[in-house]
Design a protein around this ligand. Structure first.
Ligand code: ADP
Ligand code: ADP
Length: 225
């Protein structure tokens, strides 16, 4: 059974059709990249899966459950944003703990999970700092760590590397690929960067004008006459 299933997903803003008829299944352990030019509907699709945009038409299932009309907090997802979206006044540990705290997870369990995620992402030495004292690459690790501690069924990443310079981008790409193999969760990853798509994706979904134009492995999508 697919971990995530999008069926005929549609989003309109007044007369503007942002997304139309998107069908997609994501398996456990699969990393799907949504790729395409600016304005083709990638973000809107991701945000519908996250519950940050309402779904105009179609169905969304996560873990076999119909979540089409559920709030973000009632979906088994965690999101990583391009701008990191960290709380500036909280420490890194505070940032990584906050979501679990809100959910009522007990303190010992939170500490255990934050320590494990920090170790995996090599940010243990940063846990007492504030976001303003971190580099972009470090902040993105924290953003990944914050998603990781939630242990969601599905990770949603919206252009997570776009704010990093080329060298860091390629390093973080490798780290995300490693992380993905280690945790084996479903991932939906939005980018307009073809290299990112090629190196990370199990399957690439190419979008154009709000629709899926093509779906396939990186080789299937690019190795064509
Ligand atoms: P991408 O992520 O591929 O750049 P988006 O999903 O952001 O594309 O946008 C898809 C289309 O929906 C675009 O035409 C965009 O202008 C439109 N759109 C996105 N958000 C809104 C909004 N809040 N109001 C009106 N139109 C929007
Ligand atoms: P948590 O940190 O546990 O996700 P929040 O109440 O902060 O709890 O977020 C609820 C949902 O809102 C998240 O699952 C995510 O999809 C979304 N979200 C989290 N942080 C942001 C943010 N900075 N901006 C927009 N959406 C967010």
């Amino acid at each position: 059974m697919a971990e995530v299933s999008l069926r005929k997903l549609r989003k309109t803003y007044g007369p503007v059709v942002a997304v139309e008829g998107v069908d997609l299944e994501i398996a456990k352990g699969e990393l799907i990249v949504l790729l395409g030019p600016s304005g083709c509907g990638k973000s809107t699709t991701l945000r519908m899966v996250a519950g940050l945009e309402t779904i105009s038409d179609g169905k969304l299932h996560i873990g076999g459950r119909d979540v089409t009309a559920l709030e973000p907090k009632d979906r088994d997802i965690a999101m990583v944003f391009q701008n990191y979206a960290l709380y500036p006044h909280k420490t890194i540990r505070g940032n990584m703990s906050f979501g679990l705290k809100m959910r009522g997870t007990d303190t010992a369990e939170i500490t255990k999970r934050v320590d494990a995620a920090a170790e995996m992402l090599d940010i243990t030495h940063l846990l007492d700092r504030k976001p303003g004292q971190l580099s972009g690459g470090q902040m993105q690790r924290v953003a990944l760590g914050r998603a990781l501690v939630r242990d969601p069924a599905v990770f949603l990443l919206d252009e997570p590397l776009s704010n990093l310079d080329a060298k860091l981008r390629s390093r973080m790409r490798e780290e995300i690929a490693l992380l993905q193999r280690r945790i084996g969760k479903a991932m939906l990853y939005v980018t307009h960067d073809q290299t990112e798509a090629m190196t990370l994706a199990d399957r690439i979904v190419i979008m154009r004008d709000g629709r899926v134009q093509q779906i396939g492995s990186p080789l299937e999508v690019y190795d064509r006459p």
